[in-house]
Design a protein around this ligand. Sequence first.
Ligand code: NAP
Length: 262
Amino acid sequence: MNTAHSVLITGASSGIGAVYADRFARRGHALVLVARDTARLEALAARLRKETAVAIDVVTADLTHPDDLRRVEAQLRDDTRIGILVNNAGMAQTGSFLEQSAEGIERLLTLNTLALARLAAAIAPRLAAAGEGAIINVGSVVGLAPEFGMTLYGATKAFVLFLSQGMQLELGPKGVHVQAVLPAGTRTEIWSRAGIDPDTLPDLMEVNELVDAALMGFDRREEVTIPPLHDASRWDALQGSRQALLGDIRQAHAAERYRSGD
Ligand code: NAP
């Protein structure tokens, strides 16, 4: 990917986003780091400027606040230096579906889906017109697994996967690479922020390993990268099965099993 492109990374103050910042800086990309915690963003920016000499802007924004979201959208629309968006900011959810509050649902969906989609939509037309650039959307394997019991969080991540696949179909032919990254449990602050002690969880992946694998998938122009999936043919089989199902949908009539009365 062209190092003349700046990379805007949401959720860059910790965890996966902070490692993306480190790796893209080491590849020579200028950065725009977005999150709420200005002090942490500035500390990361200062370290990376010193270690890599790339230009780094810090943007303090709460992506669940409409004015802040509009500000970042405008930057993605107007700043022609930005050629890569890493749509990474996200939060997890604790408790069962029965325990969710209206405010909690709104915050989770706003950050994990609405903000992510709006930021992608802000930059996509400009990248498509230029015929280059990339959008990385961070989903989760939880989006494949209603069985994991994180119903709302998983639903937001299923949205991210679907959105990414649809965007890739639309934007790929125009020269824009769209990648969905699906981590499984990874050692970051997301757990403690959600009130879960990560040391009680088995076998988390270290965050450096996760991002390095995701970037290997990015360099190979993968559309969906699942670093913890060991047998890649399982993903191909799932897509093949999904497409076969689509081939058996005939919308003019209900299936025979719904047409007989007994
Ligand atoms: P993390 O360390 O908690 O990082 C989350 C980032 O998002 C932080 O930089 C946080 O910064 C930012 N953020 C949170 N709320 C925000 C808001 N309202 N506005 C703007 N920024 C906000 O967790 P992480 O694991 O690196 O998570 C990154 C992504 O990976 C998320 O989308 C998550 O769903 C996904 N993921 C993580 C795992 C895992 O096991 N860790 C697994 C699958 C997928 P501030 O607090 O400074 O705003």
